[in-house]
Design a protein around this ligand. Structure first.
Ligand code: NDP
Ligand code: HSE
Length: 437
């Protein structure tokens, strides 16, 4: 039985997907059922790395998502619009969706999954998080039998590449970012990566699967890496840490979940500390399993296409078995395969960052005058922030640098202390504030 698919987008991931589908020897036998019916692009005349019959390629994407012969739409356009509208139109027309688009799922997952459940179709998104690393289906199935406590990921390759080079070479953020753009590792507009927003989209998706409730994307706190300096990297190294951009989703008290992205001092012997370059890794902690770490290429044509095609195989398997789509439409939610569909019907309560406890590293730039360390100690102490160490590390120009590492303290006490410290005459600026794992 042939299953016809439409592909929206023939860029990095779309091309990788077509390459796998045009070269089936040695791959999963179910792929032989797939036939590419149409491929949608923006510029019809652009040279392509794959050969497709010209009649297959079109700029009319609406005609693809409404084509009655197509059963599965692969959305690899990126961005919010027209991706969101095309996905919703495809669902309305009874098509299953495979997408790599974390931005659209993290923001419009509720609308998209509700529409899919009503229409009796599946929305598959293995490629949206961790590129080629299988993490979505494991969280839905094998790992989901555990009571998951925490998911911690390095899930943005661009920032991990920059931090790794800063660690290995000792350079500054802006110089290495510029180099990464020249080498094609970072996008022309790297804002979403550098500011932690891409990792925020991905951890929102992982948190919804791990904790069985939808996540309001606006409640995911995202902090990027642009303020990290060579001095912070060097200081972390002296203390036996490396700095990583961690995306963390964890259960806290009263069933609430905390979902956040921030640079973090990670002990050198922690499992994620040795994940370097553009690689991604996701550490999942649950009961009774303990820790499982999934590691692999988090981006790139072949790796991401592998995840896209794995979703296609799962859908072909479902399409080729009973029940038929008509059965599913007549009895949505009960007839959908429970391991592939989205069964969340509520949002998870979320804990604000201010309710958490963390240990902090802070680098102050100050006047080299007597009593500064004493003033800092007094401000922290009066807000119940206990200090583990306080050291004057050297000078940047005529400014002294003081580094403070706190014990585990309340985030809100720490913020109040910092607000007071910023008013001190001797404090010129606070170049870095980084949480310590
Ligand atoms: P690209 O920019 O390489 O490709 C996008 C494709 O979509 C192009 O073929 C482009 O057409 C087409 N396109 C974009 N907008 C429109 C439009 N309005 N109308 C018609 N065609 C359009 O993106 P990627 O392949 O890198 O990314 C695709 C998705 O996969 C994104 O959601 C991304 O976040 C996700 N992803 C990407 C990874 C990667 O390594 N690249 C890794 C994991 C996920 P044309 O070619 O004519 O310009
Ligand atoms: N820009 C993303 C990254 C691509 O750097 O990880 C993969 O989603």
């Amino acid at each position: 039985m042939v299953v016809k698919i439409g592909i929206l987008g023939l860029g990095t991931v779309g091309t990788g997907t077509v390459q796998i589908l045009q070269d089936l020897v040695g791959r999963h036998h179910l792929l032989q059922a797939i036939e590419i019916q149409r491929v949608g692009v923006r510029s019809i005349d652009k040279p392509r790395a794959v050969e497709l019959h010209p009649d297959l390629v079109t700029t009319d994407l609406h005609s693809i998502v409404t084509d009655p012969e197509i059963e599965i739409i692969v959305e690899v356009l990126g961005g919010i619009e027209p991706a969101r509208s095309l996905i919703l139109t495809a669902i309305e027309h009874g098509k299953h969706i495979v997408t790599a688009n974390k931005a659209v799922i993290a923001r419009f997952g509720d609308e998209i999954f509700t529409a899919a459940n009503q229409a009796g179709v599946y929305v598959m998104l293995e490629a949206a998080v961790g590129g080629g690393i299988p993490v979505i289906q494991p969280l839905k199935q094998s790992l989901g039998v555990n009571r998951i406590q925490r998911v911690t990921g390095i899930i943005n390759g661009t920032t991990n590449y920059i931090l790794t080079r800063m660690t290995v070479e000792g350079g500054e953020f802006a110089d290495i970012l510029a180099d990464a753009q020249k080498l094609g590792y970072a996008e022309a507009d790297p804002t979403a990566d550098v500011d932690g927003l891409d990792a925020g989209d991905k951890i929102a998706i992982l948190a919804s699967l791990a904790f069985g409730g939808r996540i309001k994307r606006d409640n995911v706190n995202c902090e990027g890496i642009s303020k990290i300096g060579a001095a912070d990297i060097a200081y972390a190294d002296k203390l036996n840490f490396v700095i990583k951009l961690l995306a963390i989703a964890e259960r806290v008290e009263d069933g609430a979940v905390s979902v956040r992205v921030h640079p973090t001092f990670v002990p050198k012997d922690y499992p994620l500390a040795t994940v370097n370059g553009v690689y991604n890794a996701i550490l999942i902690e649950g009961e009774p399993l303990g820790q499982v770490m999934l590691f692999g290429p988090g981006a790139g044509a072949g790796a991401t296409a592998s995840a896209v095609v794995s979703d296609l195989v799962a859908l072909v398997g479902v399409i080729q078995s009973k029940p038929s789509r008509e059965d599913v439409v007549n009895s949505p939610n009960t007839a959908l395969h429970p391991l592939l569909s989205c069964s969340h019907d509520r949002y998870s309560p979320m804990a604000p960052l201010s309710s958490l406890r963390s240990s902090f590293y802070v680098r102050f730039s100050c006047m080299d005058v007597p009593g500064v360390i004493g003033e800092l100690g007094t401000c922290f102490g009066s807000h119940h922030v206990s200090i583990e160490s306080i050291v004057q590390t050297g000078f940047q120009g005529d400014r002294a640098e003081i580094v403070v590492v706190t014990h585990d303290v309340s985030e809100s006490d720490f913020s109040s202390a910092l607000a007071e410290i910023k008013q001190l005459d001797a404090i010129a600026s606070i170049p870095s504030i980084i949480r310590v794992l």
